[in-house]
Write a protein that binds this ligand. Structure first.
Ligand code: SF4
Ligand code: SF4
Length: 294
């Protein structure tokens, strides 16, 4: 069971929900893993303070042209859709930062002159906080290609148990890479014009992937009811409303977990999980998330 927490824009409270849901569920489900796929700005660790036990560097394969073999025919340049190769009469230039590792230039070279080089994408760090397993990706500063690193974070999750994915904000390729294969997507938003606009985009993206979804409204009492109307019109279940609470803002500012400093938040997270399970219909082994609650 893979539940992704996503939002059409940053700053909606997505990471707060993901981290608190994970901690609340770690005593409910036998195995819970939180994946921070927001690799450009992974923040879950600030709330969890996990102990990391493993770090893997993730590399992309890029071309390295052997000029002793190159005949300067230009076929590699022709096939590259990303302008990562420039062939001049006596000069072969590669621009590794532009390469998307499609493999085309390796295949078309008639002289076998394209050797395998590599470019660091970032790291995948694995650890835990008590019984909660935690994996995060960190994109190298200056690196633009996040999806391959996100896929590695997704692969690092064990196949069993409950996996929660904290997806990057937005609706671009990194988001699709994070959401692909999920059983359910919780879209976190806020009741403002910007919130609605970005929610509409996010709903469109999740529909392309064909994944069941629900909506959570953060700071639900500070805007209007445009999100509720949209959810009703689109028949998307509204699973949670979180009114603005100064105590929540204070805990967030200190990097504290709400489920640990505000006891009612544990109950809120379990209720949310129940609602997700009802909509999705297949949580865990068929129970509703409350069985075995401690
Ligand atoms: S395809 Fe091969 S031989 Fe032709 S320019 Fe590229 S590296 Fe050189
Ligand atoms: S691997 Fe693909 S993207 Fe990279 S340089 Fe070769 S053709 Fe271009």
């Amino acid at each position: 069971m893979i539940i992704s927490i996503a939002s059409g824009k940053g700053g909606t409270g997505k990471t707060t929900l993901a981290a608190n849901l994970a901690v609340a569920l770690r005593n409910i489900e036998p195995e819970v893993t939180l994946l921070d796929c927001d690799v450009e700005e992974p923040n879950d660790h600030l709330f969890l303070s996990p102990t990391f036990t493993r770090t893997n560097e993730i590399w992309a394969e890029v071309p390295d042209i052997d000029t002793k073999l190159c005949a300067y025919c230009g076929k590699c340049q022709e096939i590259c859709q990303f302008n990562a190769i420039a062939i001049l009469p006596e000069l072969a230039l590669t621009f590794p930062e532009l390469c998307h590792s499609c493999g085309g230039c390796f295949m078309v070279c008639p002289e076998n002159a394209v050797r395998s080089g590599k470019r660091l994408l970032g790291v995948v760090e694995e650890g835990s906080r008590g019984p909660l397993q935690f994996v995060q990706g960190r994109l190298r500063v200056g690196e633009a290609m996040a999806p391959p690193l996100i896929r590695k974070v997704r692969e690092a999750a064990g196949g069993d148990g409950l996996t929660l994915v904290d997806a990057p904000p937005g609706t671009s390729c990194p988001v699709m890479a994070a959401l692909r294969g999920s059983d359910f997507v919780l879209l976190v938003t806020e009741p403002t014009p910007f919130g609605l606009n970005d929610l509409e985009l996010a709903v469109g993206a999740v529909r392309i992937l064909g994944i069941p979804m629900g909506i959570a409204i953060n700071r639900s009492d500070l805007g209007d009811d445009r999100i509720r109307k949209f959810a009703g019109k689109e028949k998307i279940p509204l699973l949670m409303e979180i009114p603005f609470d100064r105590r929540v803002a204070e805990a967030y500012a200190k990097g504290e977990l709400l489920v640990e400093v505000l006891p009612e938040w544990r109950e809120k997270m379990l209720t949310l999980y129940d609602a997700i399970c009802r909509v999705q219909g297949g949580c865990g082994n068929g129970h509703n998330g409350r069985e075995g609650s401690q």
